[in-house]
Design a protein around this ligand. Structure first.
Ligand SMILES: NC(=O)c1ccc[n+]([C@@H]2O[C@H](COP(=O)([O-])OP(=O)(O)OC[C@H]3O[C@@H](n4cnc5c(N)ncnc54)[C@H](O)[C@@H]3O)[C@@H](O)[C@H]2O)c1
Ligand SMILES: Nc1nc(=O)c(N)c(NC[C@H](O)[C@H](O)[C@H](O)COP(=O)(O)O)[nH]1
Length: 226
């Protein structure tokens, strides 16, 4: 068994999720950021890849005080569990994700991670070791389910999203198409990595709904399984 997993991302009108320098850029408008806060607050865990942590230094905290007030655990406002997919334990010890806001952190590493780096990060996060070279995403999701996690929001980035699709671990994907052009042949896209080579392997999506949001659109799909 595994949790329900949805991907939420913002993509420029030309299909990029950040610049070629991988600098974090605002693609969402005000309303979409508010929407993201709501779905974040409604998730048990939020997952990002190490590439996103190194590029954006996100805290992944719930921003709205009203939403936070509904997430009280042991008398404290708890954020969703923040999970970093980080094979070699490269998460910087001073990352916002480890220090901003209350709530559990989990860093999933592979067997390639150095013990010394694991011990350092274990000061701030629970460490899960799974996978030989890369993190074994299926095993991690099963472990999170055993731990009581039922709904996971994946924030990105492109390599992680592609892997999750490859492992058939995505149930829904929500894409906010923002009113900016980023350009750049090698700028990151929503699903990077090696990609799918054969049409019959393309994940098939059923359109749930589409709505205007800010000066862009929000498209919500469900992954269709045969
Ligand atoms: N616009 C958005 O909504 C949004 C959201 C998040 C990130 N981003 C952007 O995405 C970029 C980061 O994406 P990225 O592709 O460089 O990194 P990523 O965040 O997708 O992390 C991928 C890394 O995770 C590690 N990893 C370990 N096990 C893995 C596995 N099984 N599968 C895949 N990765 C595994 C590897 O080191 C891999 O390089 C940044 O530029 C960031 O700004 C944009
Ligand atoms: N929804 C969304 N719209 C964007 O325009 C954009 N650039 C991101 N990018 C995701 C980024 O990697 C971080 O998840 C957020 O920036 C949250 O970071 P904080 O929790 O506020 O520190 N995400």
């Amino acid at each position: 068994m595994r949790p329900f997993i949805f991907v939420n991302l913002a993509m420029s009108a030309d299909g990029k999720i950040s610049t070629v320098q991988r600098r974090q850029v605002k693609i969402s408008g005000k309303k979409d950021f508010e929407r993201v806060d709501i779905i974040k607050a409604d998730s048990d865990a939020i997952i990002v890849g190490i590439g996103t942590v190194l590029a954006d230094n996100p805290s992944l905290t719930v921003k709205s005080s009203e939403l936070k007030s509904k997430r009280i655990k042991n008398g404290k406002e708890e954020n969703p569990i923040r999970v970093v997919i980080d094979s070699k334990a490269r998460t910087p010890a001073d990352s916002d994700i480890l220090h901003k806001g209350d709530g559990q952190r989990i860093i999933a590493v592979s067997k390639k991670a150095e013990q010394e780096k694991i011990e350092l990060l274990n000061e701030y996060a629970d460490i899960v070791v799974t996978g030989e070279d890369k993190v074994d995403l299926s095993a991690l999701m099963e472990a999170l389910y055993e731990y009581g996690v039922r709904k996971i929001m994946v924030e990105g980035g492109g390599s992680l999203i592609e892997s999750l699709f490859k492992e058939n671990l995505v149930d829904e994907i929500y894409t906010c198409v923002g009113n900016v052009i980023i350009g750049g042949k090698n700028a990151p896209t929503p699903a990077d990595g090696e990609g799918f080579l054969k049409e019959e392997d393309f994940p098939n999506l059923k359109l749930l709904d589409i709505e205007k949001i800010d000066e862009g659109i929000l498209i919500r799909w469900k992954v269709v399984r045969d």
